[in-house]
Ligand binder design. Structure first.
Ligand code: NAD
Length: 329
């Protein structure tokens, strides 16, 4: 079976090549992302494997169908970049990797909290410059603080488990309660109640029409002054303009974000020699209490191993006609 892997970076090649020892597929790696301009590279491939950076709109899907593709095997959990209506219309099956490592993302969120609180990222740069002053590096004990978790699914639950070890009060908001979080002492509240009491708020819900710009000016206005906000969920959960306004008044004490609403075309690329055209992003970077990373929370050896093996297993099950319903979208 011929498989075209788009948006493949060095780590994709390493982990997929390793996993493919068990399957023996004829894999072709393309560094470029899949777009209307590059879709011809998939000509004659019954399977294409895509990442969140690929543009699977109706036109690309129609061309894939005409060129003989039958399966789009996503290497991500999210699928908001795929026109599923078009995929159904042209008879293409789309699979995904629903859960790879909740630990990867939850641990990263905790890392952002620790770095921002104790200013480790600033201390690193300072000490390299032989500046050993502690001015401006004051943090607080996390112990005894109140932590709000929005979205208590797989990642939210692991985050809850880790934060419980710090001895914090845990508040949760979700459309469905998680019994494991309740066992850890998490108390479900309304968003308003969480905003009023939480010293740290971490976002772990999906981006849906209901959660788009959940954190807007009104929500930010209800939060405790100097709250720490952590977003490893999706950029669209937060209204970035409102966030900047709240940063300027000091309402937000610290912001950690691994995702950004307009990250497409920017994150996952080396733009160090380019001029960034996004003024909102550039403004965010000027705040000393903001720590931004480029969508790397998922990026662990375990997660990559799982993504590679599940993607190839999905292809095998598709071939054998045994694909589980939960993997098809
Ligand atoms: P999950 O499906 O296990 O959990 C999501 C939780 O959000 C569920 O409990 C669900 O009930 C809840 N939820 C749904 N709608 C909600 C709403 N309107 N308000 C509040 N809660 C709501 O998913 P997960 O594996 O824990 O992943 C959570 C999110 O993390 C993903 O949707 C994705 O956007 C993000 N993510 C980010 C990275 C990264 O690298 N930064 C990697 C993986 C996942």
């Amino acid at each position: 079976m011929k498989v075209a892997i788009f948006s493949s970076q060095s780590f994709d090649r390493k982990y997929l090549t390793q996993a493919n020892q068990e399957y023996g597929y004829d894999i072709h790696f393309y560094k470029t992302n899949l777009t209307r301009q590059t879709v011809n590279l998939a000509n004659g491939f019954p399977v294409v494997s895509c990442f969140v950076t690929d543009e699977l709109d109706a036109q690309v899907i129609e061309t894939l169908c005409q060129q003989g593709t039958k399966l789009i095997a996503l290497r991500s959990a999210g699928f908001n970049h795929v026109d599923l209506t078009a995929a159904r219309h042209y008879g293409l099956t789309v699979t995904r990797v629903p859960a790879y490592s909740p630990y990867a993302v939850a641990e990263f969120a905790v890392g952002l909290i620790l770095s921002l609180n104790r200013k480790i990222h600033r201390a690193y740069a300072r000490v390299r410059d032989h500046n050993f002053s502690l001015e401006g590096l004051l943090g607080f004990d996390i112990h005894g603080k109140t932590v709000g978790i929005i979205g208590t699914g797989m990642i939210g639950q692991v985050f809850c488990q880790i934060m419980q070890g710090f001895g914090v009060n845990l508040l949760g908001y979700d459309v469905a309660e998680n019994a494991e979080c309740l066992k850890l002492g998490l108390v479900y509240t309304s968003l308003a109640e969480m905003y009023a009491h939480a010293d740290i708020i971490s976002l772990h819900c999906p981006l849906t029409p209901d959660t788009y710009h959940l954190i807007n000016a009104e929500a930010l206005g209800k939060m405790k002054p100097e709250v720490m906000l952590i977003n490893t969920g999706r950029g669209g959960l937060v209204d970035t303009q409102a966030l900047i306004a709240a940063m300027k008044t000091g309402r937000i004490g610290a912001l950690g974000m691994d995702v950004y609403e307009e990250e497409e075309g920017m994150f996952f690329h080396d733009l160090s020699a380019s001029i960034i055209q996004d003024d909102i992003f550039s403004r965010l970077q000027t705040f000393p209490n903001v720590l931004i990373t480029g969508h790397q929370a998922f990026f662990t050896q375990e997660a990559l191993t799982h993504i590679a093996s599940t993607t190839l297993k999905n292809i095998q099950q598709f071939e054998q006609g045994t694909l589980s319903e939960t993997l098809v979208i």
